[in-house]
Design a binder for this molecule. Structure first.
Ligand SMILES: [Zn+2]
Length: 379
């Protein structure tokens, strides 16, 4: 992974390169940043740069023996730890059991999200974790000498998924790692990280991808127009995976709009129509069949539509950004979104987003959200 492969984040790249130049490489660094903003590829690019034998001022060479192995993520001194799911019998699981899938997935999608990774492991509704056997494995691997690199690197992705037992076993080695060993931890939420881990790591905050760089990237790499790229960058809030899910579905004839219109119309009809409740159940089953990314993109889309409609409801059409089709629908729909229900509607959608992210059962989450909308629309 080269720094050049990372979208935007120029200031941060500069800072990381400076730590190498000034020989201030911290033995334990935490990359803390939002989902799909680039923390993971940045950490890999940083490790590759540190170990490159012919590095330039702004990037690794990409060609030396170390880079060659880093490019394929197979360097013997590069180790990965990530959340895994336990087997059917609840049997212990460690990252190495999934390392082939991990490398493949990461090489094709370095901006991988936690939900995408769970899908790759066929987790269904199981929760992933970094379990205690993993800490034994980490200690074992770090007890060997480096094979060929300057630095042995241990990348721990989604470090907040470490359970207490795992984390406790790592505290000592995080504080006093063996010589020439680097821990690069990656996390999205500091709330869920143990304070003892936080206090033992140097913090690097990774901001979300800025809109300009994200828009340029989308326009260049996905088959979409400039305007579509701008919309996706705006809606995704600097999250590449979400922007991609949005663009891929945008091509499918306004899929999100149709789903939103169906949801709202059916929710309204539930009062007095038995069939409408069955339609709502069918709608939630349809939603559950999408990937988590698409489900999240749909919820972001719904939040946007609620926002646009309250703006219309408040007679501020100049502040609304709607396509022709959305405009037509919203002309009739906006009276149903008003100051009396808008906050609860948004909260309800946000909550569904949170539960989808936590890998809850999508059928239940979408039906539950819709049932609450039924009530709120009547307010
Ligand atoms: Zn190199």
């Amino acid at each position: 992974m080269l720094f050049a492969d990372i979208i935007g984040q120029d200031a941060l790249k500069g800072k990381l390169i400076q730590t190498v130049r000034e020989n201030r490489i911290s033995h334990a660094r935490l990359f803390l940043g939002p989902e799909s903003a680039g923390s993971l590829p940045l950490a890999i690019a940083y490790a590759q740069y540190i170990n490159c034998t012919n590095r330039g001022d702004t990037d690794s060479c990409g060609k030396c023996p170390s880079c060659n192995k880093y490019n394929k993520l197979i360097h013997p001194d590069l180790h990965f730890v990530f959340p895994v799911v336990k087997g059917k019998s609840g049997k212990a699981a460690i990252s190495d059991m999934f390392i082939t899938e991990w490398r493949e997935t990461l090489l094709s999608n370095p901006y991988l999200t936690y939900n995408q990774w769970l899908d790759t492991m066929d987790a269904e509704n199981k929760q992933g974790g970094i379990f205690v056997d993993e800490s034994k494995e980490i200690l074992r691997k770090l007890s060997f000498k480096t094979y060929e690199a300057d630095y042995k690197v241990m990348i721990i992705w989604m470090a907040e998924k470490m359970n207490l037992q795992t984390a406790n076993k790592l505290l000592k080695i995080l504080e006093e790692p063996p010589e020439k060993t680097l821990f690069l931890l990656i996390a999205e939420s500091s709330d869920q990280l143990l304070p003892t881990i936080l206090s033992r790591t140097q913090l690097t905050r990774v901001p979300k991808i800025d809109k300009t760089h994200l828009t340029d990237y989308l326009e260049k790499n996905l088959s979409c127009s400039r305007q579509q790229a701008i919309n996706a960058a705006e809606l995704s809030n600097g999250n590449l995976a979400l922007a991609k899910a949005y663009l891929q579905t945008a091509e499918e004839e306004n899929l999100y709009f149709n789903l939103f219109a169906t949801m709202m119309r059916t929710c309204w009809k539930v009062w007095g129509h038995k069939q409408a409740m069955l339609d709502l159940i069918e709608w939630s089953n349809e939603m559950a069949a999408f990937t988590r990314e698409k489900q999240k993109a749909y919820l972001m889309y719904s939040l946007r539509m609620v926002r646009e409609n309250i703006v219309l409801n408040q007679q501020q059409p100049q502040l609304a950004f709607l396509t022709d089709e959305e405009s037509k629908f919203s002309a009739n729909f906006n009276p149903f979104i008003h100051p009396g229900n808008v906050a609860q509607l948004s909260e309800n959608i946000n909550k569904a987003h949170y539960h989808i992210e936590a890998n809850g059962n999508a059928k239940i989450i979408f039906l539950d959200m819709a049932c609450k909308i039924v009530v709120l629309l009547k307010h």
